[in-house]
Design a protein around this ligand. Structure first.
Ligand code: TRP
Length: 441
């Protein structure tokens, strides 16, 4: 069977941006930035994004496009058998991420339902925190939503990449972007909001430490969908005429913009409503209902917001599942339907453990982390950085010729930035990632 291709270049950019923009930008980025002191973290994050992020985005997409394979096959194509191991680790990483990602995806459905019901449209953040905590620690309720989220994800992947993914991404992404702009205006005009703006935008370098650098790097990988072969898989569905570098830059720019805007939407409100910036994973879910309660037509906006957040999460979860399923399809010729269903069930089961670890199974910890945080930590702070080292080494050394040829302009010359990117991939990127990792040991 011929390999599916995207309908157009724009379709590819939107699908890749759909993969990148998700809970990472709107749920994870705001709470991690808030926990890590705001401005200095933002700066570090931007440095990571515009050095490692952009290079790895171009590298992954190009490697996928040339090999027309998902990670295992792509690494094998360029590096031979031993390199396929990197692909396997990427597939495992996608499996682990989606297991807990789907739990949080389920939270967005719960909040959508609660917005329709109207019960969460209250200004009292203390009460909102209680509602959030009671929900995520409940042993049963979140599992139903987790199941629903995983089922919808599998459903989209079943239909196939182009029909399933490209269609959902288009208009809804634009709506999300516009809605965030409206909500920023509301957030910024709340009394006391300026303190939050200061916190988010003025770097306090005395707060910078090794752990923050690792957090910023892990978050850059996570929110751009890098380091596990996701963008490689999406690149493999691109026809060979398409210029990938511009698309890669657009995806990085767009996603980073959404991260920063999400910060501007949430942090001013956090200070206005006197919630602790160290609140953690509940931050977006606790603060946004309070913002809606101070907004005309708040209920409408609440429903719209959580619906669009759900869609953003879905276009990301679909990309994670696509990595896992296309691996079995490409490597073992297994049918798409069977693989999607079996993998969804397995990830659902691991996700149950992640969800329960926030409540009933709180005591079961490893290195002081519950299962939920462990999955998050291992993927963002170990597996994705490992993938980042390997893809930059591959593109800097083993595959630099075919990649340069693929990135060449119409007249056959290399783009001006290629020599810099090659040196960066050869030496700086792997060393930078290793340095950040080792500083934390
Ligand atoms: N980037 C997505 C988000 O921010 C999550 C995601 C999708 C992802 N595919 C990925 C993260 C691959 C790491 C690797 O919500």
């Amino acid at each position: 069977m011929a390999r599916a291709v995207w309908g157009s270049r724009l379709g590819f950019i939107l699908a890749a941006a759909g993969s990148a923009v998700g809970l990472g930008a709107i749920w994870k980025f705001p709470y991690v930035a808030a926990q890590n002191g705001g401005g200095a973290f933002l700066l570090l994050f931007l440095v990571m994004v515009f050095t490692l992020g952009i290079s790895i985005m171009i590298a992954e997409m190009t490697v996928g496009q040339i090999s027309q394979k998902s990670p295992v096959g792509a690494y094998r194509y360029f590096g031979g058998k031993p390199w396929s191991l990197v692909g396997y680790i990427g597939v495992a990483c996608g499996f682990l991420i989606l297991s807990f990602y789907s739990v949080v995806g389920g939270w967005t459905i719960f909040y959508m339902v609660q917005s329709v019901d109207g019960s969460i449209l209250i200004p009292d953040t203390l009460l909102l925190k209680q509602i959030f905590d009671a929900f995520i620690t409940n042993p049963v309720e979140p599992l139903g939503y987790h199941a629903a989220f995983m089922a919808v994800t599998a459903g989209v992947v079943l239909v196939g990449v182009q029909k399933g993914i490209e269609r959902v991404s288009k208009s809804l992404m634009l709506m999300l972007f516009l809605l965030i702009l409206v909500l920023i205006v509301r957030s910024l005009t709340l009394p006391g909001a300026s303190e939050g703006v200061m916190y988010f935008l003025t770097p306090d370098f005395s707060k910078v430490n090794a752990k923050m650098m690792l957090e910023a790097m892990g978050l850059a990988f996570f929110s751009l969908s890098l380091g596990m072969g996701c963008m490689m898989t999406y690149g493999s569905y691109v026809s060979n005429e398409t210029n990938i570098a511009n698309s890669a830059a657009s995806v990085v720019g767009l996603t980073t913009a959404v991260c920063v805007l999400a910060g501007l939407m949430i942090l001013p409100a956090v200070f206005a409503f006197k919630l602790s910036p160290a609140e953690g994973p509940g931050l977006t879910f606790i603060i946004m209902p309070a913002v809606f309660s101070h907004l005309g037509g708040g209920q409408f906006f609440a429903i719209l917001f959580f619906f669009l957040l759900f869609v953003a999460a879905l276009t990301s979860s679909v990309s994670l599942m696509e990595v896992v399923t296309s691996f079995f399809i490409d490597e073992f010729n297994m049918p798409r339907i069977g693989v999607s269903i079996i993998m969804a069930i397995l990830m659902f089961v691991v996700g149950i453990a992640a969800s329960l670890s926030l409540g009933a199974w709180k005591e079961y910890t490893l290195f002081g982390s519950n299962i939920f945080h462990l999955l998050d930590y291992v993927t963002s702070h170990l597996m994705m950085p490992f993938g980042g080292i390997m893809i930059t080494v591959l593109v800097g050394w083993k595959a630099s010729r075919p990649v340069a040829a693929r990135l060449a302009l119409a007249d056959g010359t290399n783009p001006w930035w290629w020599p810099a990117m090659k040196q960066f991939c050869r030496y700086i990127a792997p060393l930078l990632i290793l340095l950040v990792l080792f500083q934390n040991l």
